[in-house]
Design a protein. Structure first.
Length: 241
């Protein structure tokens, strides 16, 4: 698949989309750290982790529950399927503005989760937050996949990124851009998780979620400004020749 070039200010200007995606990956790492520490050892982005934690719960491991990972997986599936259908219907529309709209909706859902998380000691509220965050991450992953940016389509497929990175290094078959993007995804996830732990420690659950929402909102503003300087183009025109 070819990469859309809808964010260039002018011909020859560097496309900021890969950088934006890497920064979004960092916020994904933040959310997984926040959810694991603050919502009952569950992941809202990395579904592989939820399959494992569900197995822990079935095996009777202490402090693990069956419900939270199931809700996360169901929420993620709902986010992916709804966004994938929307992506199919928007064929011919401007991809840049569509992606920005998805991120704007994501920001709204993140803020909603932050507000719900202020309810003290409510298991139902915690499970709602898990579901909302998982829907949000599912939407993001589906939107990124529809953009088809090489090496950056699945920001949570870290195992695949690591395998591809090491394989291509050993085989000498990857370009420097490919290597940097894969390293960026891995490094951004790790850095985001570290920041998420710090945010949880100093700001608490709602404050940490609010911080992620503000970070995504800043990226929305950045994309909007990039798009404002060039006319809208249909998706069919947003491909490299």
């Amino acid at each position: 698949m070819q990469r859309p070039k809808f964010l260039s200010r002018a011909q020859g200007c560097k496309d900021p989309l890969p950088t934006v995606i890497v920064l979004l990956t960092a916020t994904g790492g933040m959310l997984d750290a926040i959810s694991f520490l603050g919502l009952g050892q569950v992941f809202v982005g990395m579904m592989t982790g939820n399959v494992i934690t569900f197995g822990f719960a079935l095996g009777g491991a202490p402090h693990f529950t069956e419900l939270a990972p199931v809700l996360a997986v169901l929420g993620f599936v709902a986010g992916v399927t709804s966004t994938a259908r929307a992506a199919r219907r928007r064929q011919g529309a401007d991809s840049g503005r569509w992606f920005t709209a998805v991120l704007l909706l994501e920001t709204t859902l993140l803020l909603t989760a932050a507000v719900i998380s202020t309810v003290p000691h409510a298991v139902a509220g915690r499970n709602t937050v898990v579901t909302v965050l998982a829907v949000t991450m599912g939407m993001r992953c589906a939107a990124l996949r529809s953009l088809a940016v090489p090496e950056l389509q699945a920001t949570f497929a870290l195992t695949g990124a690591l395998i591809a990175l090491l394989h291509d290094i050993c085989a000498g078959s990857a370009s420097s851009v490919q290597l940097l993007r894969r390293l960026g995804i891995i490094g951004a996830t790790c850095a985001g998780a570290a920041v998420g732990v710090t945010a949880m420690t100093h700001l608490g659950l709602s404050g940490a979620l609010g911080t992620v929402a503000l970070a995504v909102a800043a990226l929305v503003v950045t994309l909007h400004r990039q798009l404002a300087v060039e006319p809208a183009r249909p998706a069919s025109a947003l491909r490299n020749g």
